[in-house]
Every structure is written in structure tokens, then in C-alpha cells.
Ligand binder design. Structure first.
Ligand SMILES: O=P(O)(O)OC[C@H]1O[C@H](OP(=O)(O)O)[C@H](O)[C@@H]1O
Length: 307
């Protein structure tokens, strides 16, 4: 359990971050934990796996990739522990392999939408979005990128480093420069933490203002999202929870203490309605957001637990 708790803490503190990465880390942690439970009987085993699954899922509430990964990993039909372990190990290995391959596929499918000379605006740090951008560049398209800082955690710094290392000309802007800069942009490419059944995108705070400015300037918005980032529970009318993070990420707590009438709100994500999104690039193809239901049905299943 110690290793699993360590992984859970790394996800909570964002040492491991990005909707895809946290899903892969959680699946691997659950797999390795299952391997330590060989001496239990099947009832005890199932209880322990459920407990561990909860610990992982409760680390961060917004990215549905996390519960989806845990659900796909822990599901087993075995009546003996050795068989259950084998099933969990196989499911986890499959999930991690698919997740890794999905990034390459999204890159290739998404790059078809990028033209020579495009200026691409991106937000935060999405491995899926960057896969599209890097693939287009590797195909010889002379593109450049404008990357937002992405306060408060400044994941934009990870993005500009990655793009620079790849040789891609990149401009860093502060988040509030998005609307002014939109006239120079040809295309917006962002990642996803969750996509709901109605095609709405839940992604890093500030994404919806990129989408709004893009709509105003008649620029297209493309979302890069593996199929496991679609949210089955939104079929039941459940809302995606927006993570509220600590004020300490925004302001020095000592400074805040000197201002007793001030509070800080630090929502981690926002919701971009489907109307603002032109295309979602998944590893199984490019779809308009109206196809979200079909993706959930075909790739995640809709036999949901209604409790
Ligand atoms: O899975 P990939 O494409 O890497 O990232 C998807 C999304 O996950 C990140 O969340 P955070 O920085 O963990 O809060 C960003 O919101 C990013 O757009």
C-alpha cells in the first residue's frame, strides 16, 4: 500500500500531472498493489482493491481519465486471487499500452488539420495537443506556436521548453493576452481533462476564454483527447466536478494573512460548451463534439452503476 499511497500523493501534489499521465500512473499503481495481495482470499482481495481504487480516484476530482483508468484496471471476473491478479495485470498493461499508442495516433490524425504556415495557440501543457503540433512540425510544416503561461501553476513553461527542445518557434504570452493575440492565430489546439456526453470540454482554467476569443475571431478550435477522457457518468446527468485548489498556488499565504477581508478562489478547470469546439481528435478518429455519446458507448461502455 505504501507505493500506492506515494503515487496518490504525487498525483495530488501534481508532481505527476496531465490527465493522461495521472491515468497511467494510477493504473500502474493499482496493478502493482494487486501483485502484493496474493495471500488473501478473494473477498478480502476485492475489498482491498476497492479501497485502493478509492484512494487513487479521490486524489483529483476533475480529470475523468483517472476514474476511467482505475475502472478499466480493477474490473475482473475471477473467483480466485491468482486469476484476479492476472486479469488486473493484463488490463493495466493493455490500458498503458493503448494510452501510449493513442498519443502517436492523435498526433498523426490531428496533424492532418494543420496547414503549412499555421500559427497555433495552445494552453497549459497537454501531451495530446503537443503530439499533434510536433507531428505536424516533423512532417515539414512550417508552423509556430503561441503558448499561454497558464497561471497559477505555469504549466506553459513546460510547454515552451518542450517545443523549444523540438525546434519549434514559440512565443510565450500571459493568459490575459489571449484575446489581443487571437488576430495572429490560425488555429487553437488544446487538450482535455474530461469531455461530457454533450460534447462540452472540461480543461485547464482559461480554456473557455481561448475558445470564446477564437469564436469571436472565427478561428477553429481543436481538442486533442484520448477516448478514455470522455465521461460515462455524464450520461446520467452528473456534472463534472471542478477542482478547487489551494489559495497558496495564487498568492503567498503570509501576504494573504495581512488582508483579512480577502479570500482567494482557485478553480483548476473550466467548461467550454460544445458550440465553441470544431473538432475532437481521438486515437480512433476526428469527431465533432456531437459524437461524444457514440464515443462513450463504443469505447467505454454505458453499463453504469446508478448509485
Ligand atoms: O493528458 P494531457 O493531454 O497531457 O493533458 C490534458 C490536460 O491535463 C492538464 O491538467 P493538469 O495540469 O494535470 O491540471 C491540462 O488541463 C491539460 O490540458
Amino acid at each position: 500500500m505504501d507505493d500506492l499511497l506515494t503515487t496518490a500523493e504525487k498525483i495530488r501534489s501534481m508532481e505527476i500531472r496531465g490527465a493522461g499521465r495521472i491515468a497511467v500512473a494510477a493504473s500502474a499503481a493499482l496493478r502493482n498493489y494487486a501483485l502484493t495481495l496474493g495471500s488473501l482470499d478473494i473477498e478480502e482481495f476485492n475489498i482491498k482493491i476497492e479501497e485502493a481504487a478509492k484512494v487513487l480516484v479521490n486524489t483529483r476530482p476533475t480529470a475523468v481519465s483517472l476514474p476511467n483508468a482505475v475502472m478499466l484496471t480493477k474490473k475482473h471476473t475471477s473467483l480466485t486471487v491468482p486469476e484476479a491478479i492476472d486479469e488486473i495485470v493484463a488490463s493495466s498493461d493493455r490500458f498503458i499500452k493503448n494510452a501510449t499508442e493513442a498519443l502517436g495516433k492523435i498526433g498523426r490524425i490531428g496533424a492532418e488539420r494543420i496547414r503549412d504556415g499555421d500559427v497555433i495557440l495552445t494552453h497549459c501543457n497537454s501531451h495530446a495537443a503537443l503530439s499533434i503540433i510536433k507531428t505536424a512540425f516533423d512532417q515539414g510544416k512550417r508552423i509556430s506556436v503561441i503558448a499561454t503561461e497558464s497561471r497559477p501553476r505555469r504549466q506553459g513553461f513546460i510547454t515552451i521548453k518542450e517545443l523549444s527542445d523540438h525546434g519549434i518557434p514559440t512565443t510565450l504570452i500571459v493568459d490575459s493576452a489571449v484575446r489581443l493575440t487571437m488576430k495572429e492565430v490560425d488555429l487553437v489546439v488544446v487538450g482535455a481533462d474530461s469531455i461530457s456526453v454533450n460534447g462540452a470540454l472540461i480543461n485547464k482554467i482559461g480554456t473557455s476564454q481561448l475558445a470564446l476569443a477564437a469564436q469571436e475571431a472565427r478561428k477553429n478550435v481543436i481538442v486533442a483527447a484520448e477516448t478514455y477522457k470522455f465521461s460515462p457518468r455524464t450520461l446520467l446527468g452528473e456534472m463534472v466536478e471542478i477542482e478547487d485548489r489551494s489559495a497558496d498556488e495564487v498568492i503567498d499565504p503570509k501576504l494573504l494573512k495581512e488582508m483579512p477581508n480577502v479570500k482567494v478562489k482557485n478553480p483548476g478547470f473550466d467548461v467550454t460548451p460544445a458550440e465553441y469546439i470544431d473538432l475532437i481528435i481521438t486515437e480512433v478518429g476526428a469527431f465533432p463534439p456531437a459524437m461524444a455519446f457514440a464515443i462513450i458507448r463504443d469505447y467505454l461502455g454505458i453499463e453504469l452503476d446508478h448509485h
